[in-house]
Design a protein around this ligand. Structure first.
Ligand code: ADP
Ligand code: F6P
Length: 471
């Protein structure tokens, strides 16, 4: 296997599950923030991406994609159940998102987490050239930095957590909390979305491992210094703006409004079907606004895109059932023939269709109960090249710290959510435009390239990686 000087390690590979018969294979923009963030960065970089290709069984041999080498890591059915669906998404995910659903603990899941992390570390060690920079992503792989350092002490290792890192009271519930922290400390730089997360991590490292830590530096046992910090992830805003300005996308947006019955106002939400996204709370708020006569079906429509996610995890199945029942109830109660109150779509869309949806949305409702960042909010802002459109944004999304001009709401407060939605719907056009302009300016400066530059230059201190990447 050829070796690379930059290796990205993430649970998923960014490519389609099915490789075409001619061996061709395309970047898959799976619904998910991590691929969206890294896709524009690596597309033209001679790097290797280590990850799972989807499915179970032997790891497929995959062709390079846009110059990036794909190194697939095999998962068995048991690994998938106990590592991805179990420890990653039914233990860590709820704990890291304020325990809005009950986290589950099973010793078998922890065994699988260790086993799969070891496999990822070994695969990475095989493809990294001497002294390479390795960038490990997200909560599925928290042990990889430590395991990799044992295998390859010559590497410069970064770890970035895309999801929130919880306050000590919650993290302390984890039976294997010390091992998880030690795993992350195998990195030279541990990056988070927000400064509060770095603070939580520093506190825990002192409390659980007894190591001296500030919110910037941690001294570990082998005399190494691990640096920590906040690096809020972003999107390729220029790419999204250019897409949204394309004539066919503008025409598609016009057509969509027509097909929606030409309402005065369109509210849009785009989420993975996840209990952290606040979909049920939003539907309840909308239903009560309809019931109170504050919004009328003919004048206003809600488009809810909710692409199914982690479909074998029980909590996700329950959520989908509840959301679909509620959408059915609201449409039955408030819709008319040919005029549903909610247009509910569960399909994955291509980027152009998403851009058209963003352009047609007078109000974009992004109201997660907790979210590391939320790139949908940033995509909406980037798509509004006309400076129009109101962003209704949860205070509990990482994006709120960077986009304070949004109409901010607390999604746990039903009355507040209703008032926020009405405020966004009824806002003065001049106010909407002033807010959107300010958000667009912020996003132009803090795009995905700025994020990667700031993270990689902090990781590769004094190294030549950025020059090689054209940064
Ligand atoms: P998360 O990482 O929790 O999924 P984010 O909002 O950060 O949440 O990222 C979601 C990404 O998935 C965005 O880039 C968004 O455009 C994409 N996405 C969401 N829904 C769809 C869909 N139905 N079709 C295609 N892409 C989608
Ligand atoms: O943002 C958190 C995250 O787990 C990402 O790693 C991933 O892109 C996204 O959610 C989608 O999740 P999954 O890979 O489980 O489909």
């Amino acid at each position: 296997m050829r070796e690379s000087s930059l290796v990205v390690v993430a649970n998923r590979l960014p490519i389609d599950d099915s490789v075409a018969p001619d061996g061709a294979c395309e970047w898959r923009r799976t619904p998910g923030g991590l691929v969206s963030a890294l896709h524009p960065l690596l597309r033209h970089t001679p790097a290797t991406w280590v990850g799972w290709a989807g499915g179970t069984g032997p790891a497929p041999d995959l062709p390079d994609v846009d110059g990036v080498r794909m190194r697939s890591v095999p998962l068995t059915g048991d690994d998938l159940r106990d590592h991805y669906e179990g420890f990653a998404n039914a233990t860590l995910w709820p704990i890291y998102h304020d325990a809005v659903e009950q986290p589950e603990h099973h010793r078998r899941w922890w065994d699988a987490y260790q086993r799969v992390n070891q496999r990822f570390a070994e695969a990475t060690a095989q493809v990294a050239e001497a002294g390479a920079v390795v960038w490990v992503q997200d909560y599925h792989l928290q042990l990889v930095p430590g395991l990799l350092r044992d295998l390859r002490p010559d590497l410069r290792i970064g770890f970035f957590l895309h999801v929130p890192f919880p306050p000590p009271e919650l993290f302390m519930q984890l039976p294997r909390r010390a091992e998880l922290l030690r795993g992350m400390l195998g990195a030279d730089l541990v990056g988070f979305q927000r400064a509060q997360a770095a603070h939580n991590f520093a506190q825990l490292v002192t409390k659980v491992l007894g190591l001296p830590a500030t919110d910037r530096r941690i001294a570990v046992d082998d005399d190494r210094i691990v640096r920590i910090g906040a690096f809020p992830v972003s999107i390729d805003s220029a790419e999204m703006s250019a897409l949204a300005a394309r004539a066919d996308v503008v025409e598609r947006a016009r057509r969509l409004r027509h097909d929606l019955g030409g309402p005065d106002q369109v509210i849009l939400s785009v989420d993975r079907m996840d209990y952290t996204k606040g979909i049920e709370q939003r539907l309840k708020a909308y239903s009560e606004l309809l019931e109170g006569g504050h919004v009328k079906v003919r004048d206003t429509v809600l488009v809810q895109v909710a692409v199914p996610s982690r479909e074998r995890v029980g909590q996700y199945q329950i959520l989908r059932d509840r959301v679909e029942r509620e959408v059915g109830r609201i449409n039955g109660e408030f819709g008319r023939v040919g005029e549903p109150a909610i247009h509910y779509l569960t399909q994955p869309f291509d980027r152009a269709e998403l851009a058209a949806l963003y352009r047609v949305a007078d109000v974009m409702a992004v109201t997660p109960l907790r979210d590391g960042m939320n790139l949908v909010a940033k995509e909406y802002v980037a798509a509004r090249v006309d400076d129009d459109g109101a962003l209704l944004l949860s205070e509990f999304a990482g994006a709120a710290a960077e986009l304070p001009q949004a109409y901010l709401v607390n999604p746990h407060d039903l009355e507040g959510l209703k008032q926020g939605l009405l405020a966004a719907l009824r806002a003065e056009p001049a106010d909407v435009r002033a807010r959107m302009r300010a958000m667009r300016e912020q996003l132009r400066e803090h795009d995905i390239h700025a994020w990667a530059r700031s993270y990689l230059s902090a990781l590769d201190q004094g190294g030549s990686l950025l020059t090689r990447l054209g940064g």
